[in-house]
Design a protein around this ligand. Structure first.
Ligand SMILES: [Zn+2]
Length: 288
């Protein structure tokens, strides 16, 4: 990713990279090399020029978090698996969200189920249920999880379960045989409409994220933009508490562990222009 003229030795490369990342607002240009399969592999050329700070009061932090395998259930399926009157008990909340919002928007419950696929004798036990209940039951597995139990899970954005993979789900009070519902979650980034406007990206657009991690940095393309539309009540709660949500990338365990994301030092967001070249549109040090 570096040519010899720019960077003659490894230590100098690190120094240049650190300086580059410190200047989070500088514009670094990236060019794409087209591989055999037609995928553009981002290559950074550090010819950045300083840009004015477009962010003002808007939060510009990038967080990258792993979503481990989990299940969303309909009210009907919850009742079938756990019995009449059962309620999910929140034990953890989606990153950055206070309890008041998370109980309505997303939380991890103490309840778990077992998922069975087509491989005899194999199962995934202790798969956590996320609340609140949804309109459609959905099981989100990493590719390795799915292979392990014999499920051919398609990559889908959350909520798009039509024609996805089948499974059997076992709860303490019942068993469900689902014809569809198992997906591998499409990697994505949550951001507010204000953050999207600054980055000049739209809902559903595919970006790339570069995760700089000791000895195992990666670039993940096909990162879908998902806009967070907070209702006024939730906006007010965040304002009252002084909480500012950053841009949040969600990966599955395969993706996150491949680059040891917990040890990552920096993140970069990239956008592809019509010629196929990639441009770094935002960068942030890891907050961990
Ligand atoms: Zn997400």
């Amino acid at each position: 990713m570096w040519n010899k003229k720019q960077s003659p030795d490894p230590l100098r490369r690190v120094e240049i990279l650190q300086n580059h990342l410190k200047a989070a607002e500088s514009t670094a240009r990236v060019s794409g090399r087209v591989a055999k399969q037609g995928h553009a592999i981002p290559q950074i050329r550090l010819s950045g020029s300083s840009a004015t700070d477009r962010w003002g009061e808007i939060e510009k932090r990038i967080d990258v978090n792993i979503s481990a395998r989990h299940v969303h259930l309909t009210k009907t399926h919850l009742k079938h698996l756990f019995g009449e009157g059962h309620k999910l008990t929140p034990v953890a909340f989606l990153a950055g969200l206070p309890k008041e919002i998370a109980v309505e928007a997303g939380f991890a419950s103490s309840d778990k189920v077992t998922i069975v696929g087509s491989k005899m004798g194999r199962q995934l036990a202790g798969v956590r249920i996320l609340g609140p209940c949804r309109k459609h039951t959905q099981i989100e597995l990493a590719y390795t999880d799915a292979i392990q139990i014999g499920i051919d899970a398609p990559v889908r954005i959350s909520g798009d379960t039509k024609g996805s993979a089948p499974c059997i789900m076992i709860g303490p009070k019942g068993v469900l045989e689902l014809k569809e519902g198992v997906i591998r979650a499409w990697r994505h980034i949550h951001m507010s409409p204000e953050q999207a406007a600054i980055l000049n990206v739209e809902s559903g657009e595919l970006l790339a994220v570069r995760i700089v991690s000791p000895k195992c940095s990666v670039v993940l393309e096909d990162l879908m933009v998902r806009l967070v539309q907070l209702i006024p009540k939730h906006k007010n709660i965040l304002k009252e508490k002084g909480i500012k949500l950053g841009l949040e990338v969600h990966l599955d365990t395969d993706e996150g562990n491949s680059c040891m994301v917990k040890d990552a030092t920096h993140f970069e967001l990239m956008k592809q222009n019509p010629t196929g070249a990639w441009t770094v549109i935002h960068a942030s040090p890891s907050q961990k």
